[in-house]
Write a protein that binds this ligand. Structure first.
Ligand code: GLU
Length: 544
């Protein structure tokens, strides 16, 4: 009775009962095996690759089970919130082609029957459950100052909590109705804390879909359910939301395992069926000392999902890379099905990796090169232009004016059974094909080759006719080289290199450097074809 009175005193305006709330969130009508899961980002203005990774696991579990994937914005920490941060969430999901079944649109319309999908709009619901817990004597108001700041809680622990080793009971946990009333009449703010039923000696067991059964010390803290602004921290909000919204699997990073005993006690206190957790390893990086460390926003640009757009790494490559991390079976599947859409790859909970994956940009680049090598010249042109319109405006203008030419050089070594796999992202193409934009320098001609280079180019330029096949092009280089005393037969050259000026490979290198400025390039004949006769002639007419 006393508790009931305290609850009314604390929440006179909360009329909504928990029964009424439950009536608005009917049990989902799911078929056997269908998974309901969610992405629950806090709108901080960027999405960390680690959060994206968890989201992608969750998304795939719902996708392969034909289940429901929803987006819940966890915006209860106003200090961390940034203007426009929800747009960033949508932007990233959209760009990666992640389809969400239920969410709140940017203009505030809930799509789906389990909304609102934004936590700051669910405060009345949280308060109703907090009121219920207070009325049942399972939670209590705490009037200690600034209970939500970490430092202050630490101070509280030192000074006031009954801290006999294990338990962290709050000094306000046993206030009488009169005492509570006094605080309220004084206009004091209060937080709501769980009155833990544990003493610090108990253990708790829970089942994790990845790690199996976990045994840990049970929670023995009177932790905060509602801060003194009436807003819940993560633990309370997620317990209520995932229950009402019918989440069947909560996929999150294993950094949450430590607080799971708190969550278990909370579910119990609320009278909810415990949720099913799937705690996944966090994506790591190898540090300079060879040890694994978490990818951090501060040191690793690739921690921010926008990095991949800025670099112009195809989203498919990023997703395929993550799929490979989630499930090692993906790579084998990809080898067997080189052209299949990765969405056709199916996996279940048991296939998810339990080992902390190492994020490797080189491996990602390899996948990306494969993905890009499968594009036609036209498709690559479109991707490059799309990227340039956002990140390199002058390039975009150039690409639009020179579409046919750009497609012609993007097509170099692209068709055929073994397309070149050199391009890893859009931001490198301009440099990769710099000789298609600018006449090259002759830095690659070594000082001791200078005279030979000039002699060969003078002769070749004179003899040059625009070739109509790779064979024709090569035949002419060979002919000119032979005439000048280069070996046209490699065996003969190897036997007596000193009697020749060099071999045909050397002559080809001269032409390559004259045309591209490099000793290595895609097929030179194709480059010449794309440059056209006039430009090729100009480039051959050189002297070092
Ligand atoms: N808002 C939490 C986060 O961003 C969500 C964790 C969860 O998925 O439950 O870490």
């Amino acid at each position: 009775m006393e508790y009931q009175k305290i609850a009314e005193l604390l929440f006179p305006d909360v009329k909504l009962t928990c029964e009424e709330i439950f009536a608005k969130y009917p049990k989902r009508n799911l078929k056997e095996g269908q998974v309901v899961s969610r992405f629950a980002p806090s709108p901080t203005g960027f999405i960390h690759i680690g959060n994206f990774f968890q989201m992608f696991i969750s998304y795939n579990l719902t996708r392969v089970s034909d289940g429901v994937f929803f987006l819940r914005i966890e915006d209860t920490d106003s200090k961390r919130e940034k203007e426009g941060a929800i747009d960033v969430v949508f932007e990233i999901l959209n760009r990666f082609g992640i389809k969400i079944d239920e969410y709140q649109t940017l203009d505030g319309k809930d799509i789906g029957n389990y909304g609102p999908y934004v936590q700051s709009q669910r405060v009345e619901i949280y308060k109703a459950f907090a009121k219920k817990l207070v009325a049942e004597g399972k939670a209590f108001p705490c009037f200690c100052k600034k209970t939500e700041g970490k430092e202050d809680v630490l101070k509280l622990r030192e000074n006031k909590f009954q801290n006999d080793d294990e338990k962290e009971y709050d000094p306000c946990r046993d206030l009488s109705f009169e005492e509570v009333k006094k605080h309220i009449d004084n206009g004091e703010k209060f937080a709501i804390r769980l009155k833990t039923k544990n003493t610090g000696k108990e253990r708790v067991k829970f089942y994790d879909l990845i790690k199996g059964e976990i045994e840990a010390k049970a929670n023995a803290k009177d932790f905060v359910l509602l801060k003194n602004d009436g807003i819940p921290p993560y633990a309370f909000a997620h317990a209520i939301d995932d229950t009402l919204m019918g989440t069947t699997i909560v996929v999150r990073g294993e950094d949450y395992i430590g607080s799971t005993p708190m969550h278990i006690e909370l579910f119990e206190a609320l009278g909810f069926k415990p949720t099913v957790y799937c705690h996944n390893p966090l994506i790591c990086k190898l540090g300079d000392n060879g040890n694994k460390r978490k990818i951090s926003k501060r040191y690793d640009p690739e921690a921010d999902m926008r990095y991949y757009f800025e670099q112009g790494i195809p989203t498919t490559a990023v997703l395929e890379y993550l799929l490979g991390i989630i499930n090692s079976g993906f790579e084998i599947w990809r080898m067997k099905n080189p052209d299949a859409d990765f969405n056709e790859f199916k996996f279940g909970i048991n296939d998810i990796t339990a080992v902390a994956p190492i994020f490797d940009l080189v491996k990602l680049a390899d996948i990306s090169k494969n993905v890009i090598s499968r594009l036609s010249a036209e498709e690559l042109y479109d991707s490059w232009l799309n990227w340039a319109e956002e990140f390199d405006k002058s390039l975009a203008a150039w690409l639009k004016e020179n579409k046919a030419y750009a497609i012609s050089f993007l097509g170099i070594d692209r068709s055929g059974a073994k397309p070149r796999k050199d391009i890893a992202n859009m931001s490198m193409i301009k440099e990769y094909f710099s000789y298609m934009f600018f006449r090259p320098t002759l830095d690659e001609v070594a000082e001791e080759d200078k005279d030979k280079f000039n002699e060969f180019m003078a002769a070749y330029q004179k003899a040059f006719t625009f070739p109509s096949s790779n064979e024709e092009w090569f035949a002419l280089v060979k002919e000119v080289a032979g005439g000048l005393g280069y070996a046209t037969d490699n065996k003969a050259y190897k036997a007596n290199p000193e009697v020749f000026k060099g071999n045909v490979a050397k002559a080809c290198e001269f032409v390559r450097v004259a045309i591209t400025g490099r000793k290595n390039s895609p097929t030179l004949y194709e480059i010449i074809k794309s440059l056209g006769e006039k430009e090729t002639r100009e480039r051959l007419n050189v002297k070092k």
